[in-house]
Design a protein around this ligand. Structure first.
Ligand code: PEP
Ligand code: MN
Length: 340
């Protein structure tokens, strides 16, 4: 059950709802959006029905939500949300290009990759400082030093930073440098991490678990929303199937399905799904054509020497076509490339 506060409701009105629900033995999670505040109720729905919440001051509506995710559901939030990352919008009218190296390796490599990304039309810079690697022997990232490099490159280029956090204990550190926190596919159901990023005061990009259903993905987003953070962007990055010709199978239909079920923006990672440079541009075209709100793409100045995911990184020669694609294709589906 969700209590929708009126736009003119004040803090005391919200608190009165919370107190009443808690007195009745329930839990109330407050989510403050740009236009209105909603309160998600957990507990005995029949008992809440007897509280006459609808009659309280500042309450606009009380809605029973039929899906297990409530705050991120579109049932009570018909308009699709726009999430702003350092001022850059990700949402229904635009197509936002996020690009950069898979991993931050050095100041030079990160700056070069950022400049390549920017020249192709990217307005947000990606780059991993904490890398969740399948092999414990693989490069694990530069950690805090990598975050400082990203912050320097942001100074230089003006691009807000998207970077992954893999441990709940690092959330404050990463949030002190980053403009958006990324939760990777391997951590989609790391509930302690989800709750920590929910309280970090930064937008979150939540990648779909490679073995997760869309419903599980949305419930993971609900963990973040429950902590009061509604600035969540969902990212489809491929799922594990029987197919071995690609690294993962890009579940392209997840984009319109998630957009129908949730008001949150949905973007696509064509680099990590295909795992091969040759697939990145075709999958990018598919993502834009189906209505993704953005794409996140790996680029590297010298992929042959990359410490992580070199085979899928776009190089200089690919970027002209990427630039053309992200400029020309979005208008065909009623969008415009997000400008800096
Ligand atoms: C990444 O984007 O750097 C990454 C590790 O992606 P994923 O979690 O989708 O594998
Ligand atoms: Mn990678």
């Amino acid at each position: 059950m969700v209590v929708v506060m009126a736009s003119e409701a004040d803090e005391a009105d919200v608190q009165a709802v919370v107190t009443l629900v808690e007195t009745a033995g329930g839990e109330a999670f407050v989510s403050r959006g740009v236009n209105r505040t909603i309160v998600g109720l957990v507990g005995d729905v029949e008992q809440f029905g007897a509280l006459n919440l609808r009659g309280m001051r500042g309450v606009n509506d009380v809605v029973r939500i039929s899906v297990p995710y409530k705050l991120v559901s579109r049932e009570n939030h018909p308009h699709r949300s726009v999430v702003r990352v350092g001022g850059v919008p990700i949402g229904p009218d635009t197509m936002t290009l996020i690009a950069g190296p898979c991993a931050v390796e050095s100041p030079e490599q990160t700056l070069q990759a950022a400049q390549m990304a920017q020249a192709a039309g990217a307005t947000l810079l990606r780059g991993g400082a904490f890398k969740p690697r399948t092999s414990p022997y693989a490069f694990q990232g530069l950690g805090e030093k990598g975050l400082r490099i990203l912050a320097e490159v942001r100074e230089e280029t003006g691009m807000p930073i998207v970077t992954e956090v893999v441990d709940a204990n690092d959330v404050d550190l990463v949030a002190s440098h980053a403009d958006m926190l990324q939760v990777g596919t391997r951590n989609m159901q790391n509930f302690a991490l989800l709750q920590a990023v929910g309280g970090a005061g930064r937008p979150v990009m939540l990648k779909r678990g490679f073995n997760a259903t869309i419903e599980e993905w949305l419930m993971a987003a609900e963990y973040i929303a429950q902590r009061g953070n509604m600035d969540i962007v969902l990212c489809e990055r491929g799922i594990r199937t029987f197919e071995t010709a690609t690294r993962n199978t890009l579940d392209i239909s997840a984009v319109p399905v998630a957009q129908r079920l949730s008001h949150l923006p949905v973007i696509v990672d064509p680099s990590h799904s295909g795992g091969q440079r040759e697939l990145v541009l075709p999958l990018t075209r598919a993502a834009i054509a189906i209505g993704a709100d953005g794409v996140i793409i790996d680029v590297h100045p010298h992929p042959e020497a990359a410490l992580c995911d070199g085979p899928q990184a776009l190089v200089d020669g690919d970027l002209r076509e990427l630039a053309r694609t992200v400029r020309d294709l979005p208008p065909v589906v009623g969008r415009a490339l997000t400008q800096a």
